[in-house]
Design a protein around this ligand. Structure first.
Ligand SMILES: [Zn+2]
Length: 90
């Protein structure tokens, strides 16, 4: 039969181990979600870059606001009549 002191020590040790295990679990959860969040942010950034690149590939030139390509929807869009300067930012 263990003494009262030994039982108290056992309880204290159990509580210590319990809290250490709890911390380890929460740390693992935190690391996992941080990684997922970083990955999703990186993915979103890459997607926006890809969209921008797609837009530039489809629209390689910038037109003046009164260029015929901007006639829609009031009138049918026509051929470029502004000289279509190449985009300065691409
Ligand atoms: Zn034009």
């Amino acid at each position: 039969m263990p003494s009262g002191e030994a039982i108290l020590l056992l309880i204290v040790a159990f509580i210590c181990i319990y809290f250490i295990a709890l911390n380890v679990i929460w740390f693992a959860v935190w690391v996992f979600f941080k990684r997922e969040w970083k990955r999703s942010m990186r993915e979103r950034e890459l997607n926006s870059l890809r969209e921008e690149e797609d837009y530039r590939m489809k629209n390689p030139y910038s037109h003046f606001s009164d260029c015929a390509v901007h006639n829609e929807p009031a009138y049918p869009a026509g051929e470029c009549d502004c000289g279509a300067l190449p985009r300065k930012d691409s």
